[in-house]
Design a protein around this ligand. Structure first.
Ligand SMILES: O=C(O)CCC(=O)C(=O)O
Length: 293
């Protein structure tokens, strides 16, 4: 039987080493310029998150758990071998792999990730929300439609969420890299389109001014590198018609102190946290603690 790794809230393999002193943490800190860039544009790019051998290990784990007959399959919160609404395309999308494989568990406690996340949340303690995998096969990989992450997350409040996207393949325009609309995190909360439906589904919800300022830019990235984006930043990715796959994992976090905003099940298999109560416990571990000021 596969062990449920969500019960363990620390590193369990030798994939990363948790720093033991302030000096050791220094190497992972973003610069003031990077933080200022994030505040202005709603994202930062090109942050080294993984070594090549760590990417290889995660890709090997991904190959195992993408098989629906994997014994740990029931631990996924969501599993879509193909979420694309276009019958000619494929978009693999899952949530919950951190419960199943050691590598996908331990990337939550990757010092490079937690330090940057804390800084970008405004030097706050970082709590895990959930993980995701977005994989587009070569030749017929599907789109991820323009959206804001928080538009799917209104069951948690207030808005103090952050996303880190990390490539498991080199990603560029040809194989469906991410695109961002810089500064759109200032547009307020927009309606949510079908995530794997019409690429342009969001456009109907934009004002004329937002449409005029909709200037999306591609974010090519080497595998093992990551981007962080604000949960209101508009982003999406086009088809993959290239010869190469485009695999990626995503870590979603919020500042400690985020509350449930719903009396319903938020993630499949996770007990309800009543509206107004703090998001915490087995499924929402504290990843990085900043001492109270
Ligand atoms: O991987 C993609 O293409 C989309 C990822 C995404 O939408 C996200 O990280 O919120």
């Amino acid at each position: 039987m596969t062990k449920d790794l969500s019960k363990i809230h620390q590193l369990i393999s030798d994939m990363f080493k948790w720093p033991s002193s302030e000096e050791e943490w220094e190497q992972y800190k973003l610069t003031n310029e990077q933080i200022a860039f994030f505040k202005q544009y709603g994202y930062i790019s090109d942050i080294k998150i993984l070594e090549e051998w760590q990417v290889d290990q995660l890709n090997a784990e991904l190959a195992e758990i993408a098989d629906p007959s994997h014994p740990g399959h029931d631990f996924f919160y969501e599993f879509h071998s193909n979420e694309s609404l276009d019958s000619n395309s494929v978009l693999f999308h899952s949530l919950g792999q951190w419960r199943i494989k050691e590598g996908f568990h331990d990337i939550l406690w990757n010092p490079a990730f937690v330090m940057a996340a804390s800084q970008l949340l405004g030097d706050r303690s970082v709590r895990f929300w959930h993980d995701q995998l977005f994989c587009k096969p070569a030749h017929h990989g599907g789109v991820v439609a323009w959206h804001q992450d928080y538009s799917y997350w209104t069951a948690t409040t207030p808005i103090q969420h952050l996303t880190c996207w990390v490539g498991l393949d080199d990603a560029n325009i040809d194989n469906g890299c991410l695109y961002y609309v810089p500064e759109s995190h200032n547009w307020g909360l927009l309606k949510k389109p079908d995530l794997a439906g019409d690429m342009e589904g969001l456009i109907q919800y934009l004002t004329d001014e937002q449409k005029a300022n909709f200037k999306a830019i591609p974010i090519p990235l080497k595998k093992g590198y990551g981007v962080f984006h604000h949960s209101l930043l508009v982003h999406g990715s086009h088809e993959n018609k290239s010869e190469r796959s485009r695999r990626a994992f995503v870590l979603n976090v919020f500042s400690d102190g985020t509350l449930s905003n719903s009396d319903k099940v938020i993630l499949t298999g996770v007990p309800i946290i009543k509206k107004g109560e703090k998001m915490e416990g087995q499924f929402f571990p504290l990843l990085f603690e900043v001492p109270e000021k």
